[in-house]
Write a protein that binds this ligand. Structure first.
Ligand code: PLP
Length: 378
């Protein structure tokens, strides 16, 4: 159990034991299925923890020059890079830091392939759009009509342009192996005629294999089947969420309790919009330790952020006692898509970032100060 008294408030606290549990599971899937599973930095990039990751995974993805640099300089390996559009300014740096570069369009590929060829040692891919995704939330559906992501089968020439060695496809979000199974039918139906021209197939992220009810054995069978059908293809998966899923919390505290027309709000020293943005974007109501989601009972509260945004709150949680100023409120599962997305909007204190080590120590990765706020601007 985390000893919260050893950490600053507020603080993101990742638990090393939980992280290692996820990493072991992911490594065993990769080993048993004979595929490569790499970490998507967009969901998680706490580089001080990369030495732990490196015991289990060899590579990572990048969506930009900075993520690619982080891969090379902090993860210690060249990145599998994909960006919706590369710029002339960033591309030379991206080449230096990448083993694989996936292009979103044929026009981008044509524009940058000569530079890749001159550079040497980089494997190029193109993002494909299978026009099938079971992701219900429009914000997260890369296959919605009008999407800016990927090339449709009808847009690809039967002979791929020289130098394209891989297809990259991302159309999952917190998805099951059964969604992958149905998606693979569409991918193979539309795109397998090009597979003989390829060396690798990257099935993107969104494979939430560390979720309790995920059918890991089914995933392994699916991937083994894919490898049997296309033995020459290296299969790559690049989940993000699955790595950091349920590996830690955001610990906050109550600063004030206000009431308006019968609704009580506990104002916290954190903010949904600044520190837990997916709660408002997705949207979803996170679990809070010791509270039930719902409005039944005598101690029902909204939890509100300490920003100026009127909508910076979520309701309702039911506690078993009256909340007090100074009391700790612990949001569960706040490690993926948090620290990579936070802002210093309103100049609100950014939570510290820390690890609760496997031998019960508080390792504080980072504290934030006024200078961090000031130095993002000029
Ligand atoms: C291209 C690509 N790869 C990988 C991921 C990681 O997905 P997840 O964190 O859901 O596993 C994403 C997420 O948006 C993505 O866009």
């Amino acid at each position: 159990m985390i000893d919260f008294s050893l950490f600053p408030s507020p603080c993101y606290i990742m638990e090393e034991n939980l992280l290692r549990k996820n990493l072991s599971l992911i490594k065993s899937v990769a080993d048993r299925a004979g595929v490569e599973i790499i970490l998507a930095f967009k969901s998680f990039a706490l580089w001080r923890s990369f030495p732990i990751f490196r015991e289990y995974v060899q590579a990572s993805t990048a969506s930009s020059l900075y993520e690619a640099r982080l891969a090379l300089e902090e993860f210690g390996n060249k990145a599998h890079t994909y960006s919706p559009a590369y710029t002339d300014e960033d591309f030379p740096g991206i080449m230096q830091c990448s083993s694989h570069i996936t292009f979103n369009s044929l026009s981008q590929y044509r524009r940058f392939y000569p530079a890749v060829q001159a550079h040497g040692g980089i494997s190029c891919g193109i993002r494909i759009n299978p026009e099938y995704s079971e992701v219900g939330t429009e914000l997260y559906n890369p296959c919605a009509p009008g999407t800016r992501f990927g090339v449709m089968a009808e847009q690809l020439p039967s002979l791929l342009p020289e130098g394209i060695e891989g297809f990259h496809c991302h159309c999952h979000c917190e998805s099951s192996s059964y969604e992958l199974e149905r998606t693979l039918v569409h991918i193979e139906e539309k795109f397998s005629r090009w597979f003989p021209q390829l060396k690798w197939l990257n099935l993107g992220g969104g494979h939430l294999m560390t979720r309790k009810d995920y059918d890991v054995e089914h995933l392994i069978k699916l991937l083994q089947g894919l490898r049997t059908r296309y033995p020459h293809l290296q299969i790559i998966l690049e989940p993000g969420s699955a790595f950091a899923w349920q590996t830690g919390v955001l610990a906050s505290e109550v600063v004030d309790v206000v009431e308006n027309r019968g609704i009580r709000t506990a104002i916290l020293n954190v903010s949904f919009t600044c520190h837990m943005p997916d709660c408002l974007e997705m949207p979803y109501q996170p679990a809070v330790r010791g509270a039930r989601i719902g409005a039944e009972g005598p101690y029902v509260y909204r939890l509100g952020g300490n920003s100026c945004l009127s909508g910076d709150y979520i309701g309702s949680w039911s506690f078993d006692h009256e909340l007090q100023v100074g009391e700790r409120i612990v949001f569960e599962d706040m490690i993926h898509y948090t620290t990579v997305k936070t802002t210093m909007f309103n100049g609100i204190h950014h939570p510290a970032i820390a690890l609760w080590t496997k031998d019960g120590r508080a390792e504080i990765y980072r504290r934030f100060s006024y200078e961090d706020y000031r130095d993002r601007m000029d």
